[in-house]
Design a binder for this molecule. Structure first.
Ligand code: SDX
Length: 425
């Protein structure tokens, strides 16, 4: 990274700090030595703080651009499948035909999970949220895949990444069939990544799931769109947990936990719930009003983003995919989709949303598409987690490959009581 000089003045003292620039994006003041000068910076929520350098994904919030290893998301979602994209994120380049064949073979070799992991499911109530079950089962992998755990060994890291990428669709779909009291369906490696997941979700011993290529392609696109997004909350969680050298399965389980929140990956499920609660177009005004009311903690789910200030490119692609899927299923008058289109139109014309630069994000339409594919609301964030595992393992690997990597340990501004003594009793 190129380095220039910057200067800050504190208590009339000038402090020189390097100014670093990446290949794209805003410059950053390198404050690593600031504590030696007797002060910290304060930035809860990391609004203006780069926690690391990374070459994986670039998000341009002003222009609504998303690049995975330099490739625009629009091209990747059109021309690639999810395995290509997961390979690109981890290795830095799209696979050649030979590399893809070998990669697919490795992934296919890991799609089954240890038979005893089945008993972890049994510990959960049937009505447990699939995300709770996935956190438990993925974390339990730490107790079953204990070989090749040297985090400084790139081959060991690659093996753990493969295992996670290959097993998450199995673990996620089994969380769903378990909730229905149905037998788990084993992976069929010849169906491709998205097709295999849909088959494990919806086929059963007495009923074969009929793969529809348009629906399978739609799910491939959903997985690609959700695969990575630089230092979002769940990826930052994985990096922080991984910085202590923790077991990769524990790291990814922590990412799933963070993604579950309704402000993050849980927003797709919350958006569907909100649309169902609004019910019809006459009630949209009431909810827009609530979203603007400071005394009401209601937020328009699927709207707003920390970085995108005019459009989330993924939401645009998702909206088109939504049309394609609903047309294929003769559902283009699907009431929730019509309601979402009207809600988006009204919100985008409202002064409050314009001033605060609030636009539909990736979660606004994804739930409608997934519901049309037959995926229940409770599984939307589970699908997000399966996709984001590609980004999580890539960032985890990039961090551990960085010789300058240190354990993450933020400081604080202490606002508690000054030192005091316990009064004699
Ligand atoms: C994802 O980080 C990533 O990259 C995430 C993600 C990824 O791929 O990993 O893109 C995936 O998480 C997408 C976001 C999904 N979440 C939602 O749709 C939930 C609803 N959105 C909000 O909760 C919110 O917009 C966030 C959490 C997404 C962003 O929050 P910020 O950046 O912390 O913004 P903020 O809360 O400071 O809001 C700024 C202002 C506030 O008003 P003021 O206090 O300035 O008066 O905008 C308002 C907020 O009240 N606001 C909203 C709103 N989002 C922000 N008001 C109504 N409805 C909303 N949705």
């Amino acid at each position: 990274m190129a380095s220039e000089k910057s200067k800050i003045i504190v208590d009339n003292k000038e402090i020189d700090l390097p100014l670093i620039r990446g290949t794209m994006g805003l410059p950053a003041i390198d404050i690593r030595t600031l504590n030696q000068k007797g002060m910290y910076t304060f930035d809860p929520g990391y609004l203006s703080t780069a926690s690391c350098s990374s070459a994986i994904t670039y998000v341009d919030g002003e222009n609504g651009e998303l690049l995975y290893r330099g490739y625009p998301i629009e091209q990747l979602s059109e021309k690639c499948d999810f395995l290509d994209v997961s390979y690109l994120l981890f290795n830095g380049e799209l696979p050649t035909d030979i590399e893809k064949q070998n990669y697919r073979k490795s992934i296919n070799g890991h799609t089954l999970i240890h038979d005893q992991l089945n008993s972890v499911y049994r510990g959960f109530r049937r009505d447990s949220h699939p995300m709770a079950v996935m956190i438990g089962v993925v974390a339990s992998m730490s107790a079953f895949y204990t070989d090749k755990m040297d985090m400084n060994n790139p081959d060991h890291r690659k093996l753990s990444a493969m295992r996670l990428l290959a097993k998450l669709p199995t673990i996620g779909s089994w969380s769903y069939t378990y909730s229905l009291g149905l037998p788990s369906v084993y992976p069929q490696n010849d169906l491709g990544y998205a097709g295999n997941f849909l088959n494990m979700m919806f086929s059963s011993p007495n009923k074969k799931y009929q793969n529809n290529p348009i629906l399978t392609r739609a799910l491939e696109k959903i997985l690609i769109l959700h695969a990575d997004h630089e230092q979002n909350a769940s990826t930052s969680t994985v990096r922080l947990v991984g910085s202590s050298g923790a077991n990769p399965y524990a790291c990814i389980a922590s990412g799933i936990a963070s993604l579950w929140g309704p402000a993050h990956g849980g927003a797709n499920e919350a958006t569907l719930k909100m649309l169902a609660e609004i019910g019809n177009e006459d009630r949209i005004g009431e909810y827009i009003k609530r979203a603007k009311d400071k005394d009401d903690d209601f937020r328009l789910m699927g709207f707003g983003h920390r970085i995108y200030r005019n459009k989330d490119p993924r939401a645009e692609i998702m909206k088109i995919t939504c049309h394609e899927v609903l047309n294929e299923l003769n559902l283009s008058n699907e009431p929730l989709f019509r309601l979402a289109l009207t809600l988006e139109k009204i919100a985008l014309e409202d002064k409050y949303f314009i001033e605060k630069k609030l636009y539909p994000n990736v979660d606004f339409y994804s739930g409608i598409v997934m519901r049309a594919l037959g995926i229940p609301n409770s599984m939307f964030t589970a699908v997000f987690a399966i996709a984001r595992t590609a980004g999580w393992v890539s960032h985890w690997n990039e961090m551990l490959s960085d010789k300058e990597n240190k354990i993450g340990r933020p400081r604080q501004v202490y606002t508690g009581l000054a030192k005091r003594n316990i009064k004699p009793f």
